[in-house]
Design a protein around this ligand. Sequence first.
Ligand code: ADP
Length: 663
Amino acid sequence: MIVPISLLAELLQALPHLRAQIYFKSSMTALSHAMEDLVLAGSDDEPLVIASFQQERFYRHEAHRYRRIADRSSQVYVLSSPETEFKNSSEHHETVAFAPEDTLSKEWHLVVLGQHYSTCLICQEKFVPIDNHDDRDPLLIDQARRFEGIWTFDREVSCKAAELLLDKILKYRPELTEKIDRARTTYNLAKAKKTRKSAASKATKPDKSAAKDSKIPNPKLSDAFTERLVTYLQSGQHKLLKAYSAIAAQERKERLINLITTAMRQSLNPQEIVEVAVQELGTALSASRCLIYRCKATDVSVKIDREFLRQGDNSLLNQTWPLQENPIFRDAVARQERVYIQDTAQDPLIVNTKFLEKTVKNWQIISWLMVPVLYHGRVLGMVEMHQCRSTSPWEEDEIALVEAIATQLGAALIQAETYANLEELNQQLEALDRTRSNLIAITGHELRTPLSTIQVCLESLNSEPDMPQELRQIMLETALGDADRMRKLVQDFLTLSHLESGRVKWNVESLTLQECVDLALSSVRSRGGVDRKLPQIIAEVSEELPLVQADGEWLVEVLSKLLDNACKFTTPQGSVTIRAQCSSSQMVEVLVADTGRGIEASSLKIVFDRFYQEEGALRRSAGGTGLGLAICKQIVAGWGGKIWADSPGKDRGSEFHFTIPIV
Ligand code: ADP
């Protein structure tokens, strides 16, 4: 039953003048459909139609078409290699199930033979090895399948092809002999051959008149055919163009994402990143307005500080943009996804929300898109796009582009934030390192010097039991004084380290400033001692002042340190004044002024640095550790206040100001 030689080979053998050509599957489909359409158009009565599909599934797509073709003619034969249901039958038209091993399973044939026209397509698949790793679209690969063979209007060739195919059909379905004989007579075909050889020798005797017809195909018919073929080719071309434009759009999107991402990644500055994204996105989507702002999910409003604006539209720059009042914002944040209102005039949410209706009108927003910038579910900001004049809405792929950029933006902002944290951490580490070095220097001098003094005094006392009582007393007092200096230094250093570590637990309470000033004054006076005469201290703190909100112990510490310094750097003939007043509705400002040695303008800021002393830490004469003001700065910052120094210059007194929040 199995015939190893292909039908195409047999045809070429029988008609040696024929030259096979290469056709892509898409062209074959177009040709076949156009040929079938000719039958459906009823261009001829009762044509003979023989179609051979490689496999059942290829026929399945066409089954309906062939049922319609069968309405036009009783001589319709469909051949295919069965896969599931396909079998020999005469239900609608004749079906011939050939063996899968038959060479027909690698061929594609269609012969249409009418009284007035004929056409045939006889092709064999040309197998091109396909790379196993080829990941192209399987549809594209299918369309690119290649076939080799003949397509013609030539009657001689069509008749020969029909004869060969009818021979094949007879082999599979001998019961159709009578019907096939009728076809041979009707269409002037040679009788069934006995052997292949004799068939080949006889086959080249076509009907003269029919062959003559074939030279000049019916012009009306070829016109109709051409028209149909062109329609198929056009629709193929259209599909191709659509595919190309989809690829081009995808490519454009990827290029843009790349461009924006690269630009964003090149910076670790969040402002710069947002600026790049806002400009590129606004331009790419031809937006009227593009806004990108940093915000948290709970922010009530935001000040717009970055904007892309098309010429002629109203700027939102520096405007306060309500967030919580805006249901679109709330929705985007709650769902953690984009909200897009294509036409604000038609949207029920806008029409039924006064705030939105007003906003849309004020800022002439026609299309409104909000895409949240997220990182692991945390809202970092929002991308807003407005279309004001043009009503052409954004396409889905454009919105997807905004979403892709928002995702990149989230990652870039987090990266910048992490870098900033790292920088801050680095600075803290450097500061810590400096403190440690300072501590070593201070320890070297501050601790070693008094220690040596203490040691000398104690050794002398020990080795000279006869030392006069007066000298003994001096030795003991010197040792005790130096031990006390060491204690203070260690104490201040520990306090500052504790404050700087950020682990202080503030015990915030409502306080009367006057009470704290009194406590600080008594501590300063008690520390003054008998030998040290203090300058005159004037306290001008009104009882009417509102209560302040701070940790009382630390507030007294600040006041004591400032008063202590003022007394220390002012002669007993001078004076120290402490005064307080409301500097705003939220803050009380305290002033500690003296008439002492003053501070050079260039040192006003650095007096708050650790270990700053005018003479330098290692040549200190007035006592102290150089840590007092650094401690004050940390405490005041702890309650959200500010501290600063003022002085008209050397020997013209100093002023220390700080603020405390009102309850
Ligand atoms: P110290 O223990 O040395 O006083 P502080 O941190 O309290 O350390 O002060 C740092 C330096 O600031 C002082 O050594 C001094 O040079 C300067 N300073 C502080 N208060 C005054 C003041 N009231 N008048 C002049 N200089 C001052």
